[in-house]
Design a protein. Structure first.
Length: 259
């Protein structure tokens, strides 16, 4: 096995690919759907994919801590895996092909590895801290578009912060070129890292939604902060991810909209 973060990245990729096979094999064949709090859904496929990831990690790193959307296994180890076996569950359940797997690894509260995998078209994104971001082995870079030419993806959970989120959305609508909602933070962040879109604003994401994607965006040359412009960590309550060029303008728009 490789030394340094490479050994962790390889296991994260292996786990993501195993989860991806579960997702691909079961797309359009969901057997059971349950409701969680906040109008959230979980399917049998989420749980099967999670089992594949945790089993792979524990086989190689049995002492590591795991924070997962469905089944965390937390302890005091300095290494903490942060996983979302199926990001875009609602899309998956409804047969919409925008979903993927997100796996990150923290060491002493700093994310050092991030992997995103989209099994239907076999897009595998990864980053190791300080080593750049890659898509299927090719180095990727964020865009350099200005705000008026930018595509913004926006948090779809508007019902949770209706007044605040509509205020920000209204201000952004006239500042950017266009707006989208894909219903998958993993997809949003992957596309920013690849330079296909330019901005993502999320009010209600959890660590497992963005930890891997945040590192990939940063390593692709982008920016990722909370709404006050503070540096990111895996526990911030809301965030802006961007190509960096437009970040300060967007921060100002958000802060003025929320004041």
């Amino acid at each position: 096995m490789k030394s340094g973060t490479g050994k962790f990245k390889d296991i994260a990729v292996l786990a993501a690919e195993k989860a991806g096979k579960v997702l691909k094999d079961n797309f359009g064949r969901v057997k059971k759907v349950s409701s969680k709090s906040g109008n959230q859904l979980v399917s049998n496929v989420d749980l099967e994919a999670e089992e594949a990831i945790i089993g792979t990690i524990k086989k190689h790193f049995p002492q590591h801590s795991i924070l997962s959307e469905e089944n965390s296994q937390l302890n005091n180890c300095a290494y903490r895996w942060i996983i979302d076996p199926l990001d875009g569950t609602h899309n998956f359940i409804k047969g919409i092909s925008i979903f993927g797997t997100s796996i990150a690894l923290e060491y002493k509260k700093e994310v050092i590895v991030g992997v995103l995998y989209f099994p239907l078209d076999r897009r595998l994104y990864w980053a190791e801290k300080g080593k750049g971001a890659y898509l299927n082995g090719k180095k990727i870079r964020v865009s350099s578009r200005k705000l008026s030419d930018s595509t913004c993806v926006y948090d779809s959970s508007i019902r949770l912060n209706l007044r605040q989120m509509l205020a920000v959305l209204g201000s952004l609508a006239t500042a950017v070129f266009n707006l989208r909602m894909f219903g998958s933070s993993a997809e949003h962040l992957a596309l920013i890292a690849e330079g296909k879109i330019d901005l993502d604003i999320e009010f209600n994401d959890k660590s497992w939604d963005f930890a891997a994607g945040a590192l990939i965006v940063k390593e692709a040359g982008g920016e990722f902060t909370d709404f006050q412009g503070h540096p990111w960590n895996a526990d911030i309550p809301h965030y802006i991810a961007s190509n960096g060029v437009i970040h300060q303008e967007v921060l100002k728009i958000i802060q003025e909209s929320l004041s």
